[in-house]
Design a protein around this ligand. Structure first.
Ligand code: 9YT
Length: 128
């Protein structure tokens, strides 16, 4: 069994920040679970275009608010504490922070390996 505490990730390689988001990676590929598990903070009022071409992702909001726009359909869905979205079609999307910072719990399949940040398409490279 592994126990991972957020306070022990701060300032380590598993504490990743880029272009207005920050993420703490609780579980990575090397942890051998078959998925990676992250907490991501999306600041209020920020906007992000992501497209995980090589990964499936589920995201559960536990605090704050914002929205997600499906770039294939133009649909916009509100996100608040208790909302989950699943990018089951590698959906290209825009994530927008609302009036408060959004705190999101995320799982990736296949797992993220380490310190990935998004490329010009908003994607992570495929895992090895
Ligand atoms: C909200 C979202 O897409 N989170 C993805 C994980 C996070 N950006 C990370 O750990 O890289």
């Amino acid at each position: 069994m592994k126990i991972v505490r957020l306070k022990d990730l701060i300032g380590t390689d598993r504490d990743v920040a880029a272009q207005q988001w920050k993420s703490r990676r609780f579980l990575l590929k090397d942890d051998g679970m078959g998925f990676s598990f992250h907490e991501t903070i999306i600041p209020a009022g920020s906007e992000h275009t992501f497209w995980y071409k090589h990964h499936l992702e589920a995201v559960y909001c536990v605090a704050g608010n914002g929205s997600i726009e499906d770039l294939a359909t133009g649909e916009v869905h509100q996100i608040e504490d208790g909302t989950l979205y699943a990018l089951d079609k590698h959906d290209k999307h825009i994530l927008r922070g609302g009036t408060e910072d959004m705190r999101l719990v995320c799982a990736f399949n296949p797992p993220v390996t380490g310190r990935e940040v998004h490329d010009e398409d908003g994607a992570y490279k495929p895992s090895d």
